[in-house]
Design a protein around this ligand. Structure first.
Ligand code: NAP
Length: 319
């Protein structure tokens, strides 16, 4: 089969399309024929060498959607031919086939296509964990999604809207902001304008925002804190550097900065997350948005694109 492989960590050009043996399913394992694979920022960090313990050669990717090709002994939840999405892989998802533990295989409802299926796992699981397991967001509260046009942001917008929150989403381009509004944000702001944090505060009538989901903390955390409501919570989801904050902005509000990594979610928490996502996909409140697709061979271009501004939902690779 064809797969992307990395033989040494580095820039996007270390992503090489190669012929490799097709994986075989062992006990409690599943092989999936991939129709689309999701591209997440984390794979660019890994490719650059952020996790030097990854064994080389390495195939990136946790997220994919496709059809079960084969199951190993002990697998009863799915069978060959079933439509599924993955929430982790053993062999990488930038490939024509991937090997997974059966626990990381989830049924893809008939109303969700394979490209959308590749846009589910990291974005929706992260958004769900940030909103409901870390921020403990409640219906009726206001959430500001600081960077709502990307994979995690669109997912958070849909989840928060469906749960009865008042949603303020930010995007850096006109196209991104239109998308945020289309996916359910009550208010949309431009994070490239000088006073958009003042506009967020004004939207709440000066009371402040209860929850902020932060995609770029190194740029925004210091200016998030003064717009929080009493007992407000910021959840740091993404950060690419250092930031200065004024702790008194937290003290005066009994406010919290919380942070998260999806990799810290326990198996029980992940099972809950995927049960909730499955229900939302089935009832139509969750509609993954794919903004751009690249052939598998052009994974390097996808890695450049995912770090550029101008997000429009998710980027996927097509084998
Ligand atoms: P993505 O699809 O590339 O989206 C990036 C988002 O950041 C876009 O909405 C972009 O908006 C926004 N952004 C750019 N400049 C911004 C600014 N100055 N202020 C606010 N937002 C800004 O990436 P993603 O998959 O959604 O991931 C978002 C971040 O979360 C990444 O840093 C990723 O590594 C991280 N993440 C962390 C976890 C975790 O477990 N902690 C899990 C998943 C993702 P425009 O393009 O419209 O400007």
């Amino acid at each position: 089969m064809k797969a992307i492989r990395v033989h040494k960590f580095g820039g996007p050009d270390v992503l090489k399309l190669e012929d490799v043996p097709k994986p075989q399913a062992g006990p409690n394992q599943v092989v999936v024929r991939i129709h689309a694979a999701g591209v997440n920022p984390v794979e660019t960090y890994q490719r650059s060498g952020a996790n030097p313990n990854l064994p080389l050669p390495w195939t990136p990717g946790m997220d994919a959607a496709g059809v079960v090709d084969a199951v190993g002994s002990g697998v009863t939840a799915v069978k060959a031919g079933d439509r599924v999405y993955t929430s982790d892989t053993l062999s990488g998802s930038y490939a024509e086939f991937t090997l997974c533990d059966a626990a990381n295989i989830h049924r893809l409802p008939a109303n969700i296509d394979f490209k959308q299926g590749a846009a589910i796992n990291i974005p929706y699981a992260t958004a769900y964990r940030a909103l409901f397991q870390r921020a403990l967001a409640q219906p009726g509260e206001t959430v500001m999604i600081h960077g709502a046009s990307g994979g995690v942001g669109i997912a958070a917008t849909q989840l928060a809207r469906a749960a009865g929150l008042i949603v303020i989403g930010t995007g850096g381009t006109e196209a991104g902001r239109k998308l945020i509004a289309r996916h359910g944000a009550h208010h949309v702001l431009d994070h490239t304008t000088p006073d958009y944090m003042g506009e967020a505060l004004a939207i709440t009538g000066g009371r402040g925002v209860n929850v902020i989901l932060e995609m770029l903390a190194n740029v925004n955390l210091g200016k998030d804190l003064p717009v929080l409501a009493p007992k407000g919570r910021v959840v740091v989801i993404g950060s690419r550097g250092k930031v200065e904050i004024t702790p008194r902005d937290l003290m005066s509000r009994d406010a919290d900065i919380r942070a998260m990594s999806l990799f810290n979610a326990s198996p029980a928490e992940l099972a809950g997350i995927h049960a909730a996502i499955g229900a939302g996909l089935e009832n139509g409140t969750l509609q993954p948005e794919v903004g751009r697709e690249f052939p598998l061979a052009e994974a390097a271009r996808a890695h450049i694109a995912v770090l550029e501004s101008g997000a429009r939902g998710k980027i996927v690779l097509i084998p």
